[in-house]
Design a protein around this ligand. Structure first.
Ligand code: D6G
Length: 575
């Protein structure tokens, strides 16, 4: 459901001194933040202080709209879309936020009057590299699009302390350096300790009779880790809507073991704390091969458990039972990384809210949907059953039960096809039994999509062929796209300006309008200016290459650029 305050898609915002968009207020806000938030004056302020001052002045305007947007969602009881992703590759935020809030030109001019170049401030921002590439960037583009379209959408993921490594080429080799993106802090995020949740690992399950005499199962013992959320506002383009990206950081549930500490073993006492906090330490630097490491499964369960607790808390604010849940909550699984959500939602509904199995299953499957990103066998996650037994014993029981019921459906449909049952099972048999996470995601979802027409066809034919035969309506294609706000307005301002001059405002949120450019192909003047924009961009790039690498290239060449890390499966060798 789209939420806007009136029939127009643009939010009506009442401004005050602190949030006003007029130049004088912007100037004041920038100077105040340098002075009071950074505790500097025009003489002592560094370029970084000025960047933070500017970011906070923009953030004030976003925060104002953010609170209003979130309140509206509650007021109209909007259906929420939750995008669960192990990666969000947002890129730098300042330019994008200036553009989406409509402040770009005004701020640039205000700074220019003070003798400051906006470009220098933009350059100060560290990049949060919380993703590997396509999968994480898709997540970031969806956040921008959903905020722009007025959907009540939320991203949930992990606040990695170290993102994708910093690539340096030394002696003709790639050397991977840690990416300490948080070293100087991040002005966009807000820590929300009031929404902290607790996540269990390990332990055992036990049956018990509750106060109403019902037999129930509970998950007990083991270790608890805390999930501390950080919220980042996501502004829609030109709408005034501001959505939330909520990333979770792992915290030890106790600062350290006081007994051990009192016995004088300080180092040992903090070990446990470190082990818990390792969960959100670092992003796994691969999206197309499967690492199969215990820490990775911990990361996955950690953020999924945090997200589901938070989703249910929000839903329960306005709903007494779970009947409306699938009508009010949609959870999208970005690849199999969050697919443990199938078992976790079942566990919470059954064990904690005493929803009967069939009803819980209906709620779960109508709520979840799964995006598949790869056909590569080596990328498909298959966690050892033994690992599940030690880390997530209750989830394993639930997965076995889901599998037993699912295989009955398969055997009913194909009574004597034992090979097919083996192929489709959620459990892979062999020397080491494993849980097939893609199968869990397909069985637990009402929609499964591939990310390109050809990919979806191959998915239906090969990798998930048996499932497509069983449930043809479940499969659909959603070709990946990119947001024109970042990839045109922000990355290519010259071409964007030319398009705006020709088409007027509005094309950046309605790309069908680019069709109106067709007649311009016959316009010699337009073609010349189009070429000029391209040449100016290439000249910038040539200057950057010269400054950075001391290599002179001719801007009139044809450029074929690949920006990526070097990895065996990547396509850097195509050139
Ligand atoms: C964001 C913005 C803030 C709002 C909060 C609501 O941090 O204005 O109050 O979200 O969070 P939930 O209670 O909906 O999680």
């Amino acid at each position: 459901m789209r939420v806007t305050t009136s029939s127009s898609p643009v939010r009506i915002v009442v401004e005050d001194d602190r949030t006003s968009m007029v130049p004088e207020a912007l100037r004041r806000a920038f100077l105040d933040h340098v002075r009071f938030s950074q505790a500097k004056n025009p003489v002592t302020a560094t370029a970084y202080d000025r960047f933070v001052g500017l970011a906070l002045a923009v953030r004030d305007r976003m925060v104002h709209r953010w609170a209003q947007t979130q309140q509206d969602y509650y007021r109209v009881d909007a259906k929420r879309v939750y995008y669960l992703s192990a990666e969000f590759l947002l890129g730098r935020a300042l330019r994008n936020n200036l553009l989406n809030t409509g402040l770009y030109e005004a701020m640039r001019d205000v700074l220019a009057e003070m003798g400051l170049d906006l470009a220098d401030l933009l350059d100060q921002e560290p990049e949060p590299g919380l993703g590997n590439g396509g999968l994480g960037r898709l997540a970031a583009c969806f956040l921008d699009s959903m905020a722009t379209l007025g959907y009540a959408a939320y991203g949930y993921g992990i606040r990695y302390e170290f993102g994708i490594f910093e690539q340096r080429i030394e002696h003709n080799r790639q050397v991977e350096h840690p990416d300490e993106w948080l070293r100087v802090g991040c002005p966009w995020e807000l820590c929300r300790p009031e929404y902290m949740v607790s996540v269990r690992f390990g332990g055992r399950t036990e049956e018990y009779r509750d106060d109403h005499g019902r037999w129930r199962t509970r998950w007990v013992d083991g270790k608890q880790v805390l999930g501390l959320p950080y919220d980042t506002p996501i502004a829609g383009y030109g709408t005034g809507n501001v959505n939330t990206l909520r990333l979770w950081q792992a915290r030890a549930s106790e600062e350290f073991d006081l007994d051990t500490f009192n016995r004088g073993d300080y180092m040992h006492a903090v070990e446990e704390k470190n082990a818990s906090e390792t969960i959100s330490k670092v992003l796994y630097p691969s999206d197309s091969t499967w690492a199969g490491r215990e820490l990775r499964l911990k990361q996955q369960y950690f953020f999924v458990a945090c997200a589901i607790t938070d989703i249910i808390r929000r839903y329960r604010k306005t709903h007494a039972d779970f009947r409306d849940f699938p009508g009010k909550v949609a959870i999208q699984l970005n690849d199999t990384h969050p697919s443990i959500a199938v078992a976790e939602l079942m566990r919470v509904l059954i064990d904690e809210h005493v929803v009967p199995w069939d009803e819980a299953w209906s709620i779960t499957t109508r709520t979840l949907a799964y995006t598949n990103h790869t056909l590569l066998a080596e990328a498909l996650e298959r966690w050892p059953v033994a690992l599940f037994e030690t880390l997530l014993p209750r989830h394993l029981q639930i997965i076995y039960e889901i599998n037993a019921r699912f295989l009955r459906v398969v055997m009913n449909r194909w009574p004597h096809d034992h090979a097919r049952t083996t192929r489709m099972s959620l459990i892979e048999e062999g020397d080491e039994r494993r849980v097939r996470m893609a199968h869990l995601a397909v069985v637990g979802s009402h929609k499964v999509n591939g990310v390109a027409a050809l990919h979806t066809e191959l998915l239906k034919r090969d990798v998930l062929g048996d499932f497509a035969e069983l449930w043809p309506d479940r499969f659909t294609n959603k070709t990946n796209g990119v947001t024109p706000r970042r990839w045109m307005l922000s990355c290519n301002p010259r071409l964007a300006a030319l398009l705006t001059e020709r088409l007027g405002e509005g094309w950046a949120s309605d790309l069908d309008r680019l069709r109106e450019l067709c007649p311009a192909a016959d316009d010699a003047d337009f073609r010349a200016r189009f070429r000029e924009a391209k040449l100016a961009n290439k000249t910038d790039l040539a200057r950057w290459i010269r400054e950075r690498y001391g290599v002179a290239v001719d801007p009139r060449s044809m450029f074929d650029v690949q920006v990526k890390r070097i990895h065996e499966y990547k396509r850097q060798l195509l050139n």
